[in-house]
Every structure is written in structure tokens, then in C-alpha cells.
Design a protein around this ligand. Sequence first.
Ligand SMILES: *Cc1c(COP(=O)(O)O)cnc(C)c1O
Length: 487
Amino acid sequence: MDVRRNLPAVDTLLAHPALQQAQRYHSWRLVRQAIRMTLESERSRLADYTGRTEHQPTTLSLETLTDRALERLEQLALPSSRSVFNLTGTVIHTNLGRSALAEPAIEAMAEAARYPMALEYDLESGGRGDRDRLVEPLLCELTGAEAATVVNNNAGAVLLTLSALASGREAVISRGELIEIGGAFRMPDIMASAGCRLHEVGATNRTHARDFQTALGEDTGLIVKAHTSNYAITGFTKSVSERELAAIAHAHGVPFMVDLGSGALADFSALGLPHESQPREAIAAGADVVTFSGDKLLGGPQAGVIVGRRELIDIIKRHPLKRALRLDKLTLAALEATLRLYRDSDAPQRDIPTLAILTRPAADIAATGERLLSSAQALLDDIDVTLAPCVSQLGSGSLPVDRLPSYALAWRPLSRDRHARERCLRRMEAAFRQLPRPVIGRIHEGALTLDLRCLHRPADEDTFTAQLPALKQRYESQQDRHEENQP
Ligand SMILES: *Cc1c(COP(=O)(O)O)cnc(C)c1O
């Protein structure tokens, strides 16, 4: 007799009080889907036993099936794009979505989502407008450039600029600046995609002005300087300054482009942070075009900003890739609101979350740690929790060598067995990831380390604490499952 016949019907489960109750919060369609998936997985578990006589399985009880269906329902109802706690110690974390937006930017985005907007429409004349106009005057004011345009991200900004200004010609760049940013963004590859011929000059550690001068010829389309944002060359080094490169380029009649990467609009030194080059400085040094990201140190939405001389920006805007890479209205609205804060706010370091997090004093982070410590310490039997000093990184290829003093909760397994400690760390990491708002930390020197720098709002602290009982439950249920699976 096939035990699969004993499984209840979908309707039987649908009529169960717990699943009836669930239909108050979820659609009937979703509940039914969860039940079907539960029964399907139970059916295939049982199918593994057919034909075997020695070990006949029994079907799960109605109550257990109901619980499984409720679990499944919870999973189905969770959106894939979920917010998490970034306690990795890397503030601008590309895999965790980089910068969180300022409140005015969030409001602007919601407004743009809800209503039609004058995106490419000139309200004065009633004629067609240009979507760049929403941010161009602000970008010019904040960087000192004559003109500006924006695209989907900085990789797109670099690709578009190279394509528009140097396709079919040579782009001259120092060997020390052939950067890889991650993913497939490598300067030589981007140049090839843009149809430029890479002309590298100098050596990895040292490049001189004369290297550029001798490289320039009939075929030169552009001189490029790339900010070596995710590494530092130290020791016996030499590079050519923006001012010198601009002079060399202009004497030869070719444009000079700087890919700044981060593009901090605030003066970082004045905020007590390590100095970071600003687009304004590159423009003042004579760069003809400067590109940078919207969601790195600028603290806005994902975008690529191109600022520079009017005639070059016009050429860039006319290139077909510009249309392919253009920004949508939501991003434009968020970018405009963020830029306005740089122009209008008395304290952008308070109003722009990325800057607020970066400038957060270590003592303030320690205070958060003190408040969380006692409930964390009492939580798990086999884990010791301490508050330990650590260093945060800015991340996303910003300031590779500069680190910010911070504090972390270090969750350290107590077992004496190395393998047991290792398993315990993995279980804990997984349990944190399974929370309603997943917590992402980092394993460092035998402990799961949660850098508290990004837990900067009181509300976040409360959410974190409110999840601790669930953490205990997930951690312990993983332990049980682990033991079940032991031979
Ligand atoms: C980050 C970075 C890029 C790529 O920018 P995205 O916004 O990630 O597309 C390009 N160049 C440099 C120097 C960078 O730091």
C-alpha cells in the first residue's frame, strides 16, 4: 500500500483553523500555494521509500503538515528585496546596496513614483524639456563645472565618456591606474568596449610627465586619470598630478578625463575624515570631464555623474549610449533631493545617512554596544559576547587605507574543540541571516563580529534587540536539526 495515499487533500488543510486564520493576512491563493508545495515536498519524500520494504515511512500528521505549510507561507510572503542590517564593518557595501538615502530623497522618490512629473517637460514654455535639467544646475554649482549629465552608474559614465570622446582613437593612461573595480569593470576592458585603443604609459609604481608627453601623437583621443580607489601603491612611487596632466593634454589639444570613482561632494577633511578628492578639485585642476558615482561617498542613489566642459558634455549627451544608460525618474528625483542637501543643509553630515555613519563618533558606537551587551550576553549558552574595539572601512573602493575606529559585538563560541567552534560560528551566522530583518556580520579571529557603526538610529537598535529571542530560537533549532542529521 502506497503511504502517499494517506496524505490529506489540499481542501482538508485549507479548512484547518490555523490556515483559515492565515487567510486573514494572506490571500487564499497564496495559502493554497503554500499547502500545495508542502504536500508536494512530502509526496516526494515518501516517494524515496517506494519499493523498499524494510523501512516503511509514515506520513506526517495533519498538525505537522499544517505547521510546514505555515512556514512555507511565511517564506512565500517574504519579498526577495529585503532590508538587512549591514554590520559587516564596510559602510558602503556594494552587495548590500551601498548608500541608504536621506529622508528628503526617499520622499522625493515616493512622490515621483506616485504622480506624473515634469521629467522632460518645460513648465515655463510648455515645450519639451531635458531630463538632465533636474540635476544639472545643482551639479554645476557643487562641482564648479560648466555642464553635467547623469547615467545609470559610474561604470556607465566611464563607458559613455570614452565612447563619445575617444572611440577609434587612443586613450592614454598610467600603468599604475589600470584599475579593476570588481565584477567585470576593468579599465582595459571598458576601453576596448568603448572602441578605444589603450595606450598605457609609465610603470606600475612610477609614471612621469615625460611618459605622457612622448606617448601623445596623431591618434591620441584622450588622456585618462583613474582614481586608484580600492588599492594604494606605496613606497617608491610617482604619479602625474591632475594639474600637470591637464596642461599636457591642453598643449596637445586633447581632452583630459578623470574617473574619480567616489566623488565626495563634502570636504572630508573638514568633517574629521581622511581626505578624499572632490570633483570640484579635479575641475579646478583643469580636468575637462570628471566622472563619479552617486551612491558611494556622495550618499545618493545609484547613478553615474559626468561633469565638465559644455562642448564635451554636449558630445557625450548626443551619443546613442546616453539614451541606453539614462536615469529613470525615481533615481533623478532622489539624486536631486540629495544634491539639494549638499547645497542647502547646514549639516549634510547629519542629514545624509552615509556621512552621518562615517562621522559617527566611536564613543557613540560604544554606547550602543553597552546598551545591547547585557541582552546579547544572556542569550546563548555556548557563546560568549563581548564589546570589542574594531575598525570600519568606508568600502566600495573608497579610501582603501583609511579606517575608522569603531566598536563591535563579538560572538565567540566557548567550545574547546576547533571544529565545534567552527560549526557554531556557521550556525550563528546562518541564524542571524534568517531573522525577519537579517543581520549580516563578518567572521573575524574566531568570532562573529557585528560592527555597530551602521546601527546608528535608535529605531534600528530597537529592532535589533526585538529580534534577539528569534535569534535564540533559530540558533537552537539549527542545532537540533544538526544533531538529527548526525549519524
Ligand atoms: C566604483 C568605481 C567605478 C564604478 O562605479 P559604479 O558606480 O560602481 O558603476 C568606476 N571607477 C572607479 C574609480 C570607481 O571607484
